[in-house]
Design a binder for this molecule. Structure first.
Ligand SMILES: Cc1cc2nc3c(=O)[nH]c(=O)nc-3n(C[C@H](O)[C@H](O)[C@H](O)COP(=O)(O)O)c2cc1C
Length: 157
């Protein structure tokens, strides 16, 4: 097992973002990476400094808005870690491409994330599972590029 620690912090009301978080969790665990799941608005405070990579998941609502719980979580973190990647779920029926997953887009911009946010249309189950896996592969490739061969062997199957 590698000693990499990843935090997946997500907010989900109707389950789509939770499913996406769980798919990402599976992908990480399959690579031998330790994962902590954190439910925004529910879990006790967490120290982001303990993690090699922080993945934040949010849905979008109310004309492209970010849920208050996610805003509170960002305030709670209180600084901008350099290792944040963002994933989101949304629905193009609520305003087309311009508003689709806009909360995730804004969050990634706020953190100056190196990675394009992952945007999932509602549930990730089915054809979009490949999209989740490809995004995760890209994030890991870049996040752990400088790490030792030992770690790389675990991360990249
Ligand atoms: C009132 C309302 C407004 C929404 N507005 C947007 C929006 O502006 N942009 C978007 O991409 N999705 C929008 N959605 C869709 C949700 O983001 C989408 O269903 C999401 O997957 C829900 O996540 P959850 O299942 O994790 O709670 C909206 C949904 C509701 C109910």
């Amino acid at each position: 097992m590698s000693k990499l620690n990843v935090l997946i912090a997500y907010l989900s009301y109707s389950g789509n973002t939770k499913e996406t978080a769980e798919l990402i969790e599976s992908g990480l665990k399959a690579r031998g990476i330790r994962v902590d799941m954190y439910q925004i608005g529910v879990s006790p405070p967490v120290n982001p400094e303990h993690y090699d990579l922080i993945l934040i998941g949010t849905f979008t609502w109310d004309m492209g808005s970010t849920p208050d719980e996610v805003k509170d979580f960002v305030l709670e973190i209180g600084y901008k870690p350099e290792n944040v990647a963002v994933f989101g779920t949304g629905d193009t029926q609520f305003g087309g491409d311009d508003l689709f997953c806009l909360a995730a887009v804004k969050l990634a911009k706020f953190y100056g994330s190196r990675w394009e946010p992952l945007k999932i249309e509602q549930s990730p189950r089915g054809s979009q599972e490949k999209k989740v896996e490809k995004w995760l592969e890209g994030v890991l490739e870049d996040a752990f590029a400088g790490k030792s061969e030992d770690i790389r062997a675990h991360v990249f199957k």
